[in-house]
Ligand binder design. Structure first.
Ligand code: CUA
Length: 346
C-alpha cells in the first residue's frame, strides 16, 4: 500500500515537472526547421491550431486528474493501522463523480474529434488549383523530384531540393521505389508515405519564401537518418527562372582539367548519374545536370562545398555507410578532376 502511495506521489510531482520542462523547450524549438509547432501556408495553419488546441486540452486533463488523484490520496488517506478495520465496499454518494467525470470526458473527446475531422476536411484539397505538379520518389536514401508539365520540353528531374513557388498550392505525387519511405515537411504539411506500386497524391503550400526541411519519417534502412528533402519556396518569378535554368543542358568544360573530369565522370559515374548534354545518362542515382544549384549533397548529409564533394566521390561508404553509391576506386588526380568538373554544373 505504502509503495503504491509512494509511486503516486512520485508521479504526481514528476509528471508536471516533465511537462513544465518540456513545454518551454518545445516553444524554444518552434523556430527550428523541423518543428511542427509553427506552420507556414494554408495547409499548415489549421493543423498548427489543432495541435496547440489538443495540447492545451491534454494539459488541462492531466492537471485536473492529477489534482483529484492527489486529493484522493492525501485527504482520504486511511491510516495504516485503520486499514484492517476499513470495511470492504464504499460509502454512499460517489456516483456523481462518475457521471460528471464521464460527461466532461465525453464532451472533451467529442469536441476534439469534431475539431480534428473538420481540420482534416479543410486541408483535404488545396484552396485553388495547384500551379505545379511534382512527382517525388522516395528511394534509399534520397528523393527524386520530377517536375511534370504538359509541355514535355519542360519536364525536369532533380534531387533532394524541391523548389516550389511561394504562395501557390503545389500538387505532389508520391512514389516509393524500393521500400516504404514517408515524406514529411512539418512546417508545411503532414506525413504521406511513399509506397512501392502505389501513387499517393497530396498538396502543400508555403506562404513565405524560405527553406523547409523534411526528414524521411518512415524507417527505411541504414541511412534513414540521412534522407532529407528540402522544400525551397521561391518568389514565383525566381521559381520560374530556377525551372528555366534546370531545363538547360550542362555547360561545356572550360579548361583541360574540367575536360579530363568530364571524361572521368562519364566513364566512372555515367552509368548511374545523368548530366544532360553529355553521355552520362544513368537514371538510378540523382540527376546532376545542375548539381551546383543545390546546397547539400547526399540528401542533406554534407554541405555542397568542393572538399565535401571530393570526399564524397572518393569514399562514399565512409560518409554514408550502406549507400548504394559504390566506391569508384579513383586516383587522387581523378578525384580532383571530377570534382573540378562537377563544380561547373551550375
Ligand atoms: Cu527513407 Cu526513412
Amino acid at each position: 500500500m505504502r509503495r503504491i502511495e509512494r509511486l503516486f506521489r512520485t508521479l504526481y510531482f514528476a509528471v508536471p515537472a516533465v511537462l513544465w520542462s518540456v513545454t518551454p523547450l518545445q516553444c524554444a524549438l518552434a523556430d527550428f526547421p523541423v518543428s511542427y509547432l509553427h506552420g507556414n501556408g494554408s495547409k499548415a495553419y489549421p493543423v498548427v491550431s489543432l495541435t496547440w488546441g489538443l495540447l492545451a486540452i491534454s494539459f488541462i486533463v492531466i492537471v485536473i486528474v492529477g489534482a483529484l488523484l492527489t486529493w484522493g490520496i492525501i485527504a482520504k488517506r486511511a491510516r495504516a493501522r485503520d486499514i484492517a478495520a476499513t470495511p470492504v465496499g464504499r460509502s454512499g454518494g460517489g456516483t456523481q463523480w462518475l457521471i460528471w467525470g464521464t460527461g466532461i470526458s465525453t464532451v472533451a473527446l467529442f469536441g476534439s474529434l469534431v475539431w480534428t475531422v473538420a481540420v482534416l476536411a479543410d486541408i483535404n484539397g488545396p484552396p485553388s488549383k495547384p500551379t505545379v505538379t511534382i512527382e517525388i520518389t522516395g528511394q534509399q536514401w534520397w528523393w527524386r523530384a520530377r517536375y511534370l508539365s504538359d509541355d514535355v520540353s519542360r519536364i525536369v528531374t532533380t534531387a533532394n531540393e524541391i523548389h516550389i513557388p511561394a504562395g501557390q498550392p503545389v500538387r505532389i505525387k508520391l512514389i516509393g521505389a524500393d521500400v516504404i519511405h514517408s515524406f514529411w515537411v512539418p512546417a508545411l504539411t503532414g506525413k504521406t508515405d511513399t509506397i512501392p506500386g502505389q501513387t499517393n497524391t497530396m498538396w502543400l503550400e508555403a506562404d513565405k519564401p524560405g527553406i523547409y526541411r523534411g526528414p524521411c519519417t518512415e524507417y527505411c534502412g541504414a541511412q534513414h537518418a540521412h534522407m532529407t528533402a528540402f522544400v525551397v519556396a521561391d518568389p514565383p518569378d525566381v521559381f520560374k527562372a530556377w525551372w528555366d535554368g534546370q531545363i538547360a543542358p550542362a555547360s561545356a568544360p572550360a579548361d583541360e582539367q574540367e575536360a579530363r573530369g568530364q571524361v572521368g565522370f562519364v566513364f566512372h559515374c555515367g552509368a548511374c548519374h545523368t548530366v544532360r548534354g553529355t553521355e552520362a545518362g544513368g537514371t538510378v542515382a540523382p540527376e546532376l545536370t545542375h548539381l551546383m544549384t543545390r546546397k547539400t549533397i547526399a540528401a542533406g548529409t554534407l554541405d555542397n562545398i568542393p572538399s565535401n564533394l571530393a570526399g564524397w566521390i572518393a569514399n562514399p561508404q565512409g560518409v554514408k555507410p550502406g549507400t548504394n553509391m559504390p566506391a569508384p576506386g579513383l586516383s587522387g588526380q581523378e578525384v580532383a578532376d571530377i570534382t573540378a568538373y562537377l563544380e561547373t554544373l551550375r
